[in-house]
Design a protein around this ligand. Structure first.
Ligand code: MN
Length: 443
């Protein structure tokens, strides 16, 4: 294939015996050897062309684009677009996927710092983002090019704790990115600095291995560095390197690193952008990153995620399922399994399976489930005879075991997803269906 360098020629830090997803280039070879990587003809258009091809192959093959729009740097998309691929990347079977991920969240492994890193082989002190990187435009009404698979890593100055999360990043200027920060950890780190009138130092890392990509989506407490979950998933400390212009530590084997600062007291228009619920997020004044430097491998590979595709939905969904299951089991021993459905964009609809709940306990499970994450909007609880991973079976349980006057829970005025177009700037209602067999029902 046309991946410019073989993984093991340049990646001396990958541990032997690591799962296939521990290395991006190794993973691409793995996919290619199984006819799951489509190589496009050179020159596919960065404007809509890359997204169009990637969408067509969504859930069947990853896609690799040599010289997109004539750019030197190739683009890849669809690295993890099936549950089974995620399990394979982790080196486990599909039914061990959730438990293995959750174990890594519970027992993170510190990273290992190195001083020489392939992600710093080439250094750009003069930054012109669209000249250095092939940044695609995915949707007709997007405001322009967006970085969609960049891990935003920030560091809390008082504690040295890091946070990793993915944010959509609009190209505002040659050295400025617009960022959508939802009210979670990056936002909290930034707020702390902005109150002092100071910028928050960050790095945006593009082209990481599949395990680090999955780790970035873990729902873990603030202060827990998601890179340590990547270490746990690979069974060895993840090699990291300090950025050249700030103290943020980034995966040493990454393809591309954008170093910069989230600017205090600065907002610029961002959007519209086609988001995961299959709607456009509107244009508004949003946060700004000023870029100080770009470093990358020799002949780097640029990763893009197409909004609303399976890679996007599952990357958010699977780590959430793992976190939510562990969280609910702490309070409710009856919780057996759960599923974030694709129709609910792997975010908003949670199906929970319970085994012999006590009287009234299902309602408590609904309340607990609605509180796990603000994105959870509708919860449906079923018994263990219903396959929670099959939406048709869940609907059958609602059809035959649910009565709205008895089994419905509605809570108004709650915090929800700002990307849900039916909510009022993220504030809306939550709903629970108790679709379990009523305790007094005849067998
Ligand atoms: Mn976090």
């Amino acid at each position: 294939m046309t991946v410019p360098a073989k993984p093991h020629a340049v990646s001396v830090t990958s541990p032997m015996g690591a799962p296939p997803g521990a290395d991006l280039r190794g993973w691409l070879d793995h996919l290619q050897a199984r006819q799951r990587l489509a190589i496009a003809h050179p020159g596919v258009d960065l404007r809509f062309g890359v997204a169009g091809v990637a969408n067509r192959l969504d859930g069947t093959r990853a896609s690799f684009f040599p010289s997109p729009s004539g750019h030197d740097v190739p683009v890849v998309s669809g690295l993890l677009s099936q549950r089974g691929w995620m399990a394979e990347a982790m080196g486990v079977s599909e039914n061990e996927l959730i438990s293995t991920f959750e174990a890594a969240c519970q027992e993170p492994v510190p990273w290992r710092e190195t001083t020489t890193a392939v992600c710093q082989q080439v250094v750009h002190q003069e930054v012109d983002l669209e000249r250095i990187l092939p940044i695609p435009t995915h949707n007709e009404h997007d405001s322009g090019g967006y970085i969609t698979a960049g891990l935003l890593i920030s560091r809390q100055r008082s504690t040295g704790a890091q946070n990793v999360s993915i944010h959509r990043l609009q190209v505002n200027a040659a050295n400025r990115l617009g960022a959508l920060l939802l009210p979670r950890h990056t936002f909290a780190f930034f707020q702390e600095r902005e109150e002092q009138g100071e910028d928050l130092e960050v790095a945006v890392v593009i082209g990481v291995d599949p395990l680090t990509l999955m780790a970035s989506q873990a729902i873990v407490p603030i202060g827990q560095d998601e890179l340590e979950i990547s270490s746990a998933l690979r069974g060895a400390p993840l090699p990291v390197v300090k950025c050249q212009t700030n103290d943020v530590r980034v995966p040493a084997d990454a393809e591309i690193v954008i170093e910069g600062r989230l600017l205090a007291n600065r907002r610029e228009p961002e959007g519209p952008f086609g988001e995961f619920p299959q709607y456009y997020g509107v244009r508004a004044e949003r946060h700004v990153i000023e870029v100080d430097r770009v470093t990358h491998r020799k002949q780097p590979i640029y990763h893009t995620i197409v909004g609303g595709g399976l890679e996007h939905l599952l990357l958010g969904g699977i780590p959430r399922e793992a976190s939510f299951l562990a969280y609910l089991r702490r309070s409710f021993p009856c919780v057996h399994d759960l599923h974030l459905s694709r129709g609910g964009v792997c975010r908003y609809h949670l199906f929970v399976q319970v085994d012999s709940p006590k009287p009234g306990e299902v309602k408590n499970v609904i309340l607990g489930a609605l509180a796990t994450h603000y994105d959870i909007k509708h919860v449906t609880v079923v018994n263990t005879d219903v396959n929670v991973h099959d939406p048709a079976e869940v609907e059958w349980a609602v059809a035959t075991r649910f009565q709205a006057d008895r089994d419905l829970v509605v809570i108004t005025g709650t915090q929800g997803s700002k990307l849900d177009p039916s909510a009022d700037d993220g504030v809306g209602a939550k709903l629970g269906f108790d679709a379990t067999v009523p305790p007094q029902a005849p067998p």
